[in-house]
Write a protein that binds this ligand. Structure first.
Ligand code: PMP
Length: 363
């Protein structure tokens, strides 16, 4: 295979519950998983009902163009339906963008400590990654604009960012978009957007109207609770959307996922409950970190990055001590953060179980 494929370090997902149970001799039901920024409330009831109906038709292919889901998204974001691309999760969107806009040898700009799939999508097409050093664990947008070269085709920006939880305000994002050359596509990855407090919310679809080179990426995996179904989407002007649609697999979003996503999109109560639980859980987690004297990065997502020791073995060591107690979190050594762990915010009891286990792991 090609050299650039051999060079890829595979994505490391959170360990599945069944695997941890077997490996550490634990009862599956006792395990707490705070590793993949999933929604602790699971799938909304409204989506379950919609899937039960859609299940009757699984002998047929899904709607290849996602007519109804796109119509629902178009109405929600006040854009025409031909501005929307559906993805098998938003990872699919990130990868489709690389396939649509980057040729082998051309460059892609993204930030140090930003989401791992940017590097994977870049390498997957033989692109050259230009990784811009983070500032305070977040994106240095000035540095990123300055890092764009003549052969740069794509820039990935995560807002909020994973795994650090940092957030960039609207003014700074717009100033950045103004600086990026018109022939460079910007993917603004807003996977955690729905967790932002009202004062940080902005209508990013408005920017898509202004910037023909902007793709806004969103997902149903986080706040909407549908991670296992794999649904994400992009909003971009028709010229960009058309190119992404040529590259997209024809049936990339399955029938159950399409039905579930439409129902979730209209389930305002579910989003509200999740955001409230997240805000309270964040306070619970960070209060414990402060009590333990642990440094953490203030987070705008449904997770928080915490430094569990001063040596480069700390993250792996504390992670193992947590696993033995049946608590799964995310080590981030592969991100170049070996002293840190990323903890997803769960239900109050799950957070408490993690905090107790962390105290034991550190003592
Ligand atoms: N972007 C960011 C910043 C993420 O953290 C994630 C999930 N880890 C994704 C995209 C992809 O999520 P999904 O494919 O489930 O939509």
């Amino acid at each position: 295979g090609p050299e650039y494929v051999r060079a890829i370090a595979p994505y490391q997902a959170g360990k599945p519950i069944a695997e941890v149970a077997r490996e550490f001799g634990l009862d599956e039901a006792s395990i707490v998983k705070l590793a993949s920024n999933e929604n602790p409330f699971g799938v909304p009831e409204s989506s379950k009902a919609a899937m039960a109906q859609a299940a009757a038709d699984l002998g047929r292919y899904p709607d290849a163009n996602g007519f109804e889901l796109k119509a629902a998204l178009a109405a929600r974001y006040d854009v025409p339906a031909d501005w929307i691309t559906l993805g098998n999760g938003s990872n699919d969107i990130l990868e489709i963008a690389a396939h649509a806009f980057v040729q082998k040898g051309e460059s892609v700009v993204f930030a140090q400590y930003s989401f791992a799939v940017y590097a994977l999508a870049t390498q997957g097409v033989g692109g050259r990654a230009i990784v811009v050093p983070a500032v305070n664990y977040g994106h240095d947008l000035q540095g990123m604009a300055a890092a764009i070269e003549a052969d740069t085709r794509l820039v990935y920006v995560a807002n909020p960012n994973n795994p650090t939880g940092t957030f960039i305000g609207a003014q700074e994002i717009e100033a950045f978009l103004k600086q990026v050359p018109a022939n460079v596509v910007v993917v603004l990855d807003e996977a955690y957007n729905e967790y932002l407090a009202a004062e940080h919310q902005f209508e990013s679809a408005d920017w898509v109207r202004k910037y023909p080179n902007l793709i806004v990426s969103r997902t149903f995996s986080k706040a909407y609770g549908l991670a296992g179904l794999r649904v994400g989407f992009a909003i971009a002007q028709p010229e960009v959307t058309d190119l992404m649609n040529r590259i997209r697999q024809p049936f990339n979003v399955n029938s159950l996922a399409q039905a579930a996503a439409i129902a979730a999109l209209n389930d305002k109560e579910f989003l509200k409950k999740g955001a409230e639980n997240n805000a309270a859980g964040y306070r619970q987690m960070t209060a414990a970190f402060e009590e333990l004297g642990l440094e953490y990065v203030p987070s705008f997502g449904n997770f928080v990055l915490v430094r569990v020791g001063d040596d480069d073995g700390a993250g792996a060591r504390v992670n193992l001590a947590l696993l033995k107690q049946g608590v799964i979190v995310r080590p981030v050594g592969a991100y170049g953060l070996p002293q840190w762990l990323r903890i997803s915010i769960g239900l109050p009891q799950e957070n408490a179980t993690f905090i107790e286990a962390l105290k034991k792991a550190l003592s």
